[in-house]
Design a protein around this ligand. Sequence first.
Ligand SMILES: [Zn+2]
Length: 239
Amino acid sequence: MAAVTDEIPERPLPATKRPAAIAVFGPPAAGKSTLCRALLDPARVFRLREHVSGQTLRATQTTATSLGWIEPDEVARVLHEYFTSDATAPDSGDVLLDNFPGTGDQVHQWLSIMAEAAPGYRVVPVELDAEDSVLLSRAACRRVCADCEPDAAGEPRLPAAIAKANPSRCGDCGSILARRPTDEPRTLAHRILRYRRASAAIRIAFADHGLPVWTLDGSLDQQRHRALLTRLLTNEQGG
Ligand SMILES: [Zn+2]
């Protein structure tokens, strides 16, 4: 409940807002990382791969023939650690999970960890989706910067700024940009297919816990996404 004060507020006090753990998932190149970056401070964005060792990442690398997964026990360890850390203390505000969960099993696993370790959070699942043609053309254009994004497995993933004067270079540090190996057309096609197969299970798993999945159109611009999410979070406030 809102705090009671002696002063009469000019506007109604906002209802007490429980922090939200917003899970942003969707097919590759839907714009998940870009959306997360636009919405919250990078410190408030959780990415599974940033919490596991380089050894684990290298052992689970995605190629055209193998779509690597991190072991469930390791995922559970990381989630538990993250949601019991100071970074996610009850008064620390909303967090975004970029590209998580990836399967229905991960939904169940995550929600049981939340219920036990971080019951103060309300979970808001958001799927960012787009037509395959949009995903393919975006992935063909996006580049990453190994210097701006040190990655434990040497596989940077976050979209880099492209220099205006020279599109082959990073707009932030000037290094030569690279394509993500997982954006190669054959690997990308596997990843999109894998996502399409997993998404129904993800939705069903959230529904099992009484959580509707909100879908954002990945072809809309960031401002529109921000407005939609703000409205969504405001409407969900009582939950
Ligand atoms: Zn750079």
